[in-house]
Ligand binder design. Structure first.
Ligand SMILES: [Zn+2]
Length: 691
């Protein structure tokens, strides 16, 4: 924590003055880290007073004096938190990290004061019991039901001793989650493989340029750095013919959070899993997975596992065939070694070249970041009538950009911010977040939505190039962003992405499909030097590789989802040895030895950095059943931009927040529930015999 001589007064603290700038953005240009703590303190106290007043009211509970009052409370806290956690994720520092460690248990304690407040719960429960008699419209009834469920799931109905224990557990989990994420970032920051030009055998120009830029950012001009950012490592693994260096970077990458010492995450995981299991028991569930899935679309761990099992055997079979082809290539070239995990991407790239006459270095110049941004915007224009105009506003980092989003009538819809380049102050991964959510309860509040990615930054003057996978990530995160921007609800609780996590990946994964729509590729995949569109033959070859290496990708993902479910199905995790658990569980599911989990437990941020996907990593595949089936609706219509289907998509999915139960919402869009067929076809697994 930074020690200040004097705390800044309210008048000097830009976070505490009204945010009067354009779009009412957080006043980034004026904010320094020491402004956050006093802003949190004031916002927390204000929200606490609001909550207590609602609970202590002597008036009989009504929808207005309880639910609407709750919905209107805590707005300042929300805005301060949103601004702070965006910085903590995208541009952190020692000062921000220290504040994060301080405020995360405070926020957990604050949440306890809200959700374990008996007086408040008594009012909500009374309203819920008589909800049919309250004359509520459908959205109001949904808000009331959601509040009731949230309070019950948080433990509001439990006796005092259980509540006290829950409160302690929640605070501890918040601290552990913060520490977990910071440890991963510390391991990523402290490692870079510094190379000389002579070490770069096999690397194409774009990869050399990115490595030179990364070395420059780390104060090593003239050298080349491979960092632990996914774009950097994976590119190196794909192209470098130096097996020794591939092994070295791969080892560093897969052991993040598992290096002993201060930043080792294994003890934190054991404690978090044990605390989650205990919390689930206090709330009446056998395991954390049972607790977690009870309020998801899947409802039970068995349902989630059923889907994963259906895919797993086929994925292993396909990966087995892929492995055999890679080994054959090694042998043909006179290699006298067995395929290892750090070889997979390299030989896959070689095989892709041989089989489809296609290599990433040939494709990449056609995927310029700026052109692909135009592509995501054009897709949104054709589907939803949105227009994006670049605007200059003060943002959190010079690399971030903003666009004013308007509808077909020219009305302001949202502000969209894109922060695309990797840097050492940014957590790894890609995500969407909001600085402000849409709602209509306090006027027509328009959202401010942010996409954060980790694409390699080019050296000055060079265009930023994406891999096809990066381009998919860009579309994915923008799908989440649209879910936030098109939100059309009255109550903040239901806005945008506030849906179950096994449904929230539908808007994002569905959007990825438009990257592969030929007319979008033809228009926006243009060569960075000549501006020529991608030749039809190359485009055909690119699309022909769609199911290539999908065995690997499916195994790499599904193993994570299975291990996550198994870990969070432990009834008691008192003496958990995390490394041993992971090892044994992978053995149990017969994980192919040449493939490593996409996220090993010691750096699995989806599960432990905040816990949003704990016992929920299966969500991506659950949502994929939906997205594959949903896109098939456009294919069946023979038009990827069919206006009637796009209209329903907006009404029931992208614009509908959490207005409806997810199953009902999907049925309203598609006219029926989805089947798994489209997913198996998409991944090339439909005709594979499971092993
Ligand atoms: Zn996502």
């Amino acid at each position: 924590m930074v020690v200040m001589n004097r705390a800044p007064s309210a008048s000097q603290n830009p976070l505490l003055a009204p945010w009067a700038g354009t779009f009412e953005l957080p006043p980034f240009a004026a904010i320094t880290p020491e402004h956050f703590r006093p802003a949190f303190d004031r916002a927390l106290a204000e929200h606490r007073a609001e909550i207590d007043a609602i609970g202590a009211s002597s008036a009989a509970p009504s929808f207005d004096n309880t639910i609407v009052a709750l919905e209107k409370s805590g707005r300042e806290l929300e805005l301060v938190s949103n601004a702070f956690f965006m910085l903590a994720g995208a541009d952190t520092s020692d000062e921000i990290e220290a504040i994060e460690r301080d405020v995360s248990p405070l926020l957990a304690r604050h949440n306890n004061a809200l959700y374990l407040n008996r007086a408040l719960y008594a009012r909500i429960a009374a309203l819920y019991r008589q909800s049919d008699a309250l004359g509520l419209n459908a959205e109001q009834a949904r808000v009331l039901e959601r509040y009731h469920t949230r309070f019950v799931r948080a433990g509001a109905a439990l006796e005092q001793p259980a509540q006290e224990r829950l409160a302690t557990i929640n605070e501890r989990l918040a601290s552990l989650g913060t520490r977990f994420g910071q440890n991963v970032l510390a391991d990523e920051k402290s490692f870079a493989m510094l190379l000389e030009e002579s070490d770069l055998a096999g690397l194409p120009d774009f990869a050399r340029a990115a490595a030179r830029a990364a070395a420059g950012e780390r104060g090593q001009p003239g050298k080349f750095a491979i960092t632990l950012a996914r774009s950097s490592v994976e590119t190196f693994l794909q192209f470098s013919s130096r097996r020794d260096l591939r092994e070295k970077i791969f080892q560093a990458w897969i052991t993040r959070g598992e290096n002993g010492g201060e930043t080792d995450n294994r003890a934190l995981i054991a404690e978090m899993v044990a605390l989650r299991a205990e919390r689930a028991k206090l709330l009446g569930f056998a395991t954390f997975a049972d607790y977690r899935l009870d309020d998801q679309m899947a409802k039970t761990p068995a349902a989630a596992r059923g889907l994963l099992d259906e895919v797993w055997g086929r994925a292993r079979a396909k990966a087995g065939a892929e492995r055999a082809a890679l080994q054959q290539l090694i042998t043909q070239e006179g290699g006298n070694f067995a395929l290892a995990p750090h070889d997979w991407r390299y030989y896959t790239e070689r095989l892709r070249k041989a089989r489809f006459d296609l290599d990433e270095a040939e494709i990449k110049p056609y995927f310029q970041l700026d052109r692909m941004i135009e592509a995501i915007f054009e897709t949104a224009r054709r589907l939803f009538g949105l227009t994006f105009s670049s605007v200059t506003v003060p943002l959190h980092h010079p690399d971030a950009r903003a666009w004013d989003v308007t509808d077909a009538q020219g009305r302001h819809v949202a502000l969209f911010i894109g922060d695309y380049f990797a840097r050492s102050s940014k957590h790894s991964g890609a995500w969407m977040t909001a600085l402000r959510d849409q709602e209509k309860l306090s006027g027509d509040i328009r959202p401010i939505v942010v996409n954060v990615c980790n694409f390699s930054k080019p050296v000055a003057g060079e265009p930023a190039l994406l891999s096809f996978d990066d381009a998919r990530t860009l579309f994915h995160e923008f799908g989440h962003a649209l879910h936030g921007m098109l939100s059309n609800v009255t109550y903040p609780l239901l806005a945008g992405t506030a849906v179950p996590s096994d449904f929230v990946e539908l808007p994002s994964q569905l959007y990825e499909h438009w990257l592969e729509v030929p007319e979008i590729l033809r228009q926006y995949a243009r060569h960075c030097r000549t501006d020529e569109p991608m030749p039809q033959a190359l485009l055909d070859r690119l699309l022909a590789t769609r199911t290539f290496n999908q065995g690997f990708a499916t195994v790499e993902y599904t193993a994570c989802a299975l291990v996550d479910l198994d870990l969070h199905s432990l009834p008691d995790a008192g003496t958990l040895d995390v490394s041993e658990f992971e090892h044994k569980d992978l053995e149990r599911i017969a994980m192919p030895a040449e493939i490593v989990m996409r996220h090993r437990l010691p750096h699995f941020q989806h599960l432990f950095s905040g816990g949003g996907y704990a016992a929920g990593y299966y969500s991506y595949m659950w949502s994929e059943v939906l997205d594959a089936d949903a896109f098939a609706a456009f294919e069946e219509a023979g038009n990827a931009f069919d206006p009637a289907i796009a209209r329903r998509l907006r009404d029931y999915i992208y614009g509908a927040g959490n207005l409806r139960d997810p199953g009902r919402a999907y049925e309203a869009f598609r006219g029926r529930l989805p089947t798994v067929d489209a997913l198996l076809k998409k991944r090339g697994l439909a005709d594979v015999m499971p092993v």
